[in-house]
Design a protein around this ligand. Sequence first.
Ligand code: NAI
Length: 333
Amino acid sequence: MAEPIRIVVTGAAGQIAYSLLYMIARGEVFGKDQPLILHLLDIPPMVGVLEGVVMELADCALPLLREVVPTTDPLVGFKDVSAAFLVGAMPRKEGMERKDLLSANVKIFKVQGEALDKVAKKDVKVLVVGNPANTNALVCANYAPSIPRENFSAMTRLDQNRAASQIANKLGVSINEVNNIIIWGNHSSTQYPDAAQGKVLVKGEWKSIAEAVNNDAYLQGQFIETVQKRGAAVIGARKMSSAMSAAKAACDHMHDWWNGTAPGKFVSMGVFSDGSYGSPKDVVFSFPVEIKNKQWKIVEGLAISEFGKSKLNITSKELEEEKNEALSVLDSN
Ligand code: NAI
């Protein structure tokens, strides 16, 4: 069997981590024959909760899990890790302005970027889940100059999974029979879920979702809104956020990054923009990507409608604003 690899989950005492740690330790991301050492990073007030999580992981009796390292020290948490799930973040509290939220998170992701830079493996794959995920990933990468910035990404896979599930439900097909739906831009309410490039398997043949649904008003209206507001709908119903589906999406994201995508299939990831599709350069922007040998590549040459372009502009503008706000917080520190 292979040597164990070290994987860190931050926010390890929180809700998403509670599902995520189990999925990772079962081998659903890095493979069923890859032993793991899990690093659990959280903040000092959560030490007691972390102890409980460590006990439960032991009680799960998982053969791949060789060791668990609970810590509140980023230099221990990130030491020699091959993959990092950055889930922990400052949640929005009542009365908090967007700028205050951004400011609190910029500080967290600066510290974590610096720690990754110092002690993580140089080929570490970093997935930022904690919100605002795209801008947190940007800040984190900026403080880890010795790690290639292609190794930093933000999660929009939950939005992709939600979008695919809406289409599968609408057409009465299985989720495996829906491919290549794209989430463009920011993981926020300005994201653009785009089914226009997607494909669906109908009677043994892949055809375009636009053709199968045959309802532009739905694809440009209710479909987009449902995906954009799905997080709020889950909170409304469950009184807690969508932690199980977020954990599953984080596993899907890292699984595909680690193992690659099937030919002709693409997935959405927030990655550093090279200006593709008119997006602003150097923000973390969700694009369709194909992955081979652990390297992602933006899928180029897709036709974007005028409607799509107007949506891309909105989310681009928001990401630029967030970037400038984050930079101003950093400048003032
Ligand atoms: P939670 O509040 O249950 O857990 C967050 C954990 O992070 C807490 O244990 C907290 O102590 C910890 N934490 C805070 N600051 C930290 C730091 N500096 N270092 C290490 N740990 C720290 O929240 P939950 O539900 O697990 O969500 C976590 C984040 O994921 C939130 O920011 C949420 O908005 C975001 N999220 C992102 C999604 C996406 O699609 N990108 C989907 C769902 C949630």
